[in-house]
Design a protein. Structure first.
Length: 285
């Protein structure tokens, strides 16, 4: 869908909704484009006005703020849409990173498209992507899975949804529940490579990549870490002896492709030797 809401170089007038990424830690990580948008829109819709105000104050920006989050979205969204329909411009930001990633912003975007209101983006930091690039795990294929359920049984069922072909899985988790989630992952993906990333771009940034048993042992010893946590799991590295998972993956792939192409794909996804995958594929075939 083509949207014509770029900044008019002569009038400096913005129209429509702008999805503006903000820093996830270091304030200097904001883009020049984002600052230009924030200075020129009529209103900024944000999760927490106190958090956003600190960013605006740092860059000398004085724009009216609207609080827009999970709890008040149904009430505030119609007001924002009315303002947009009247020709005002709005920047949507989250507390940190790219808006719409695990927040209610997508409902506002969907409503804008339904009303033919222009939507565009001032891209920037996104914590799941930052964590992925720092983890040392495979970046060829990944799946952002959002927040992990809080209850033990729901958590286990949640993990079991994901098969090895998802590649690197990315989750949000609280520091308090980190150990329980790592233990749940170990039950589903035993001895798999994983990463715990926290405080990204901040003073105490830590990226710890190891097997799940070693990560569990570490956090059992040191306790829950501080700060926001992202957990990544390389689901390709399930144990070589786990023939059930290998068979499941081959069965899916061989329905759609040749043995040769299927073997190459599964070997790449699983990390298993091509010869081993090929022999198993022939048996299944």
């Amino acid at each position: 869908m083509s949207q014509g809401n770029d900044l008019d170089k002569k009038s400096k007038h913005f129209t429509g909704l702008y999805l503006v990424a903000t820093p996830i830690g270091t304030l200097a990580d904001i883009t020049l484009h984002a600052l230009e948008v924030l200075k020129n829109v009529d209103v900024i819709a944000c999760e927490d006005t106190r958090v956003t105000q600190k960013l605006l104050h740092h860059y000398g920006i004085d724009i009216k703020l609207f609080s827009y989050h999970d709890h008040n979205a149904p009430k505030v969204r119609p007001k924002l849409l009315q303002m947009l329909a009247e020709g005002q411009s709005i920047a949507l930001v989250s507390d940190a990173g790219t808006p719409l990633i695990a927040d209610p912003g997508y409902q506002l975007v969907k409503a804008c498209y339904a009303k033919c209101i222009p939507v565009t983006s001032a891209p920037g930091a996104c914590s799941p992507i930052v964590a992925l690039t720092l983890s040392g795990l495979s970046t060829n294929r990944f799946c952002f899975a959002g927040f992990i359920p809080t209850k033990s049984q729901a958590r286990q069922s949640f993990f079991e949804q994901f098969n090895p072909h998802h590649g690197t899985l990315i989750f949000f988790e609280t520091a308090k529940r980190l150990l329980a989630s790592l233990q749940g992952m170990q039950n589903v993906w035993p001895n798999t490579q994983a990463c715990v990333a926290r405080e990204l771009t901040k003073k105490f940034e830590e990226v710890r990549t190891d097997t799940l048993p070693d990560l569990i042992q570490h956090y059992e010893r040191v306790g829950a870490p501080r700060g926001e946590v992202i957990v990544l799991v390389d689901s390709r590295t399930f144990p070589q002896s786990d023939n059930n998972r290998l068979d499941e993956l081959l069965a899916i792939v061989l329905k759609e492709t040749t043995v040769r192409d299927g073997v190459n794909l599964v070997a790449d996804i699983s990390g298993l030797p091509r010869r081993e995958v090929y022999q198993r594929a022939l048996q299944i075939r």
